[in-house]
Design a protein around this ligand. Structure first.
Ligand SMILES: Cc1cc2nc3c(=O)[nH]c(=O)nc-3n(C[C@H](O)[C@H](O)[C@H](O)COP(=O)(O)O)c2cc1C
Length: 173
């Protein structure tokens, strides 16, 4: 393999994609691709939020959030929740989403999403960057019985994608 040197940004561009989520904070919802698995024990995830978003201020106040996984047929919902701000209007009503009650955190879940993870902030990454990262311990998890991993929606650098084919299920790992 012969690799050409590219800019650090183009290195990022080469990444294939990440699960696209709707993050709920308080009564608000926003689209977030900066989402990652963090640890098995305790089960935890991390999310990156831009400080100019209304949800950033809410998250700093509340210290809890929920990750709601988008399905591959929810591209339009993702685009709307990712371009409208909840600072001045009810984004749920505007986009046509339904609030479902959270069980362990002070906040709501997105009823239309097949997976919702209720999280409390246990750590913040203190590094100057475009996104401020919050590590969230999963306090409660809700999964639709009909949900399969291949139903999830992925996104990166302007491209919305589905999940690729299963190559191997290695039960030794
Ligand atoms: C596909 C997509 C992915 C996004 N990912 C993020 C993200 O990871 N972090 C973030 O802070 N904003 C992200 N955004 C932008 C926010 O969703 C957007 O600024 C939103 O309007 C903020 O809403 P709020 O002001 O109600 O918090 C994304 C937008 C789109 C369309």
């Amino acid at each position: 393999v012969t690799k050409r040197s590219v800019s650090p940004f183009d290195g990022l561009y080469a990444l294939p994609g990440f699960p696209l989520t709707l993050l709920t904070v308080g009564q608000n919802v926003l689209t977030v691709v900066s989402f990652h698995y963090y640890s098995h024990k305790p089960p935890s995830v991390m999310v990156g939020i831009r400080p100019d978003n209304y949800s950033f201020k809410l998250l700093q106040e509340k210290r809890v959030f929920a990750v709601n996984l988008l399905r591959r047929d929810m591209v339009e919902v993702a685009r709307q929740c990712g371009t409208i701000t909840g600072r001045t209007q009810d984004k749920f009503a505007r986009v046509g989403l339904t609030r479902a009650p959270a069980t362990k955190i002070d906040g709501v879940l997105v009823a239309e999403c097949p997976v919702s993870l209720e999280c409390s902030v246990v750590h913040e990454v203190d590094f100057p960057s475009t996104h401020h990262w919050f590590v969230g311990k999963i306090e409660a998890a809700h999964v639709d019985d009909a949900y399969l991993r291949e139903h999830a929606l992925l996104y990166w650098m302007s491209e919305f994608r589905g999940v690729g084919e299963l190559l191997l299920k290695d039960t030794s790992l």
